[in-house]
Design a protein around this ligand. Structure first.
Ligand SMILES: Cc1cc2nc3c(=O)[nH]c(=O)nc-3n(C[C@H](O)[C@H](O)[C@H](O)COP(=O)(O)OP(=O)(O)OC[C@H]3O[C@@H](n4cnc5c(N)ncnc54)[C@H](O)[C@@H]3O)c2cc1C
Length: 402
């Protein structure tokens, strides 16, 4: 089996862009296994690796490909952005610690921010001076986000925030948080919500990392105890936060979700390589017809994911709301990655139980980490059940579930 090509240009311009990007990445991407590689976990070294990589992209003009030039980006369409991310995925590098800032906060501030907010935040997001986190979910508000209870009361020229958030990725490294708060407890639940930009160094903010079954802690609980947030940090109007949050979530499930497919194509290639190296009865398991069939199925699913990803990117380019189509992308990448990681565990047989602390673990336990981490894929950024509900109602026109 030869390694298939991941990005083919579909137009002359895109093809030329991809050629230039590939040449640059070949010359500049750090070696696999260096900090910033997805396989090295999500600790402080990972964040610094992401920062180094993102800064290199920024300095060479490859950061913010889809951002307008007035905000320091390349001003290209979502198709180019996706093509670059897919290609980058092949090089094993990552800017994941900056995905929330560049992929979600930046585009939200561009649409809803005041000139002062744009000037203050956008340059520092793009040059990766500041890490952002997303303070949306709460213990009683995940899929039903509008049930959130963290309160903000207007007092003079500040809001005073009290409450708790949970599952906040990278909060322990973040400089800023986009925070959804309830400003009118009497209004219908979608209407009484506001969107604040919160400095994580504000007195009263406490971040407690949550350890996951991978052994790492890359998300957190966040507690707000009489935290003062200047009114100037309100994004959109008071009680207009739901509309603002929809811009953020559209970007998370749209552009962000399509890029996720690129990572899993890289994972697939690594699995093919593993099958080449793994022997059974004197020959590589890659020769086994059942293994080849399984790999073929993954490849077909990945190509479908790629096509749907480009469909979403084309919709974004044309200014069409990709909403329910991006649910297909989310559902597909998350379930496909779980299937691929299950397959790798089966491939390793009893050896699949050896974690990184065993010197006999294959590839230093990288696959065990990926397998355990993949369990979260069908929860983060909206669960599979919720995505199926959206597809059923909004694409298939089925009646609303009760
Ligand atoms: C790795 C990871 C990182 C995360 N990072 C962040 C972050 O940075 N910021 C942030 O704000 N949040 C983050 N989250 C939280 C994530 O958005 C929520 O976990 C997710 O939205 C689900 O909410 P919940 O956990 O409260 O589950 P619940 O909403 O309580 O759901 C429980 C179960 O009920 C099902 N269910 C709920 N509603 C429906 C429905 N209408 N129809 C059918 N089934 C339903 C769900 O599918 C699920 O199986 C992260 C989560 C994970 C796993």
């Amino acid at each position: 089996m030869t390694a298939p090509s991941e990005v083919d240009g579909t137009t002359a311009d895109l093809g030329d862009f991809v050629d230039r990007a590939r040449t640059w990445l070949e010359a500049n991407a750090p070696a696999k296994g260096a900090p910033g590689d997805f396989t090295t976990g999500r600790d402080a070294a990972f964040v610094e690796g992401c920062r180094r990589w993102q800064r290199r992209l920024f300095e060479a003009g490859w950061a913010g490909i889809g951002w307008p030039t007035e905000f320091g980006g390349r001003g290209e369409s979502a198709l180019f952005d996706l093509a670059f991310k897919r290609l980058q995925g092949r090089f094993g590098v990552s800017s994941a610690a900056f995905d929330v800032g560049i992929g979600m906060v930046g585009p939200t501030i561009m649409v809803h921010g005041t000139p002062e907010q744009k000037q203050r935040h956008l340059p520092r997001i793009l040059n990766c001076e500041e890490v952002w986190c997303q303070g949306f979910s709460e213990p009683g508000a995940g899929s039903d986000l509008a049930s959130l209870r963290t309160r903000a009361e207007a007092v003079g020229d500040h809001f005073v925030v009290n409450g708790q958030k949970v599952w906040t990725s990278f909060a322990h490294y973040a400089d800023w948080c986009m925070l959804l708060v309830r400003t009118d407890p009497h209004a219908p639940k979608h209407r009484g919500v506001s969107f604040l930009l919160v400095d994580m160094k504000s007195p009263g903010v406490t971040v407690k990392p949550l350890r996951q079954m991978t052994g790492e802690a890359d998300f957190n609980e966040m507690f707000f105890d009489n935290v003062q947030v200047p009114r100037a940090n309100l994004l959109g109007g008071v009680n207009e936060g739901w509309r603002v949050a929809m811009t953020t979530l559209t970007n998370e499930r749209g552009a962000g979700g399509t890029a996720a497919g690129a990572r899993f194509f890289a994972a697939f290639l690594a699995i093919v390589e593993l099958c080449r190296r793994t022997g059974r009865r004197g020959q590589p398991v890659l020769q086994d017809p059942l293994v080849r069939q399984q790999l073929g199925n993954f490849y077909v699913d990945l190509r479908e994911l790629r096509c749907t990803g480009y469909r979403v990117a084309a919709m974004l380019r044309d200014g069409t709301a990709a909403g329910p189509v991006s649910s297909i992308v989310k559902l597909t990448w998350s379930e496909l990655n779980q299937r691929m990681q299950n397959f790798v565990m089966e491939l390793q047989g009893p050896g699949s139980q050896l974690m990184a602390d065993s010197r006999y673990a294959v590839d230093n336990g990288r696959w065990q980490f990926d397998f355990l981490r993949s369990r979260a894929n069908t929860i983060e950024a909206g669960t599979s059940e919720v995505q199926r509900g959206i597809i059923a109602e909004r694409l298939l026109g089925l009646p609303r579930a009760r």
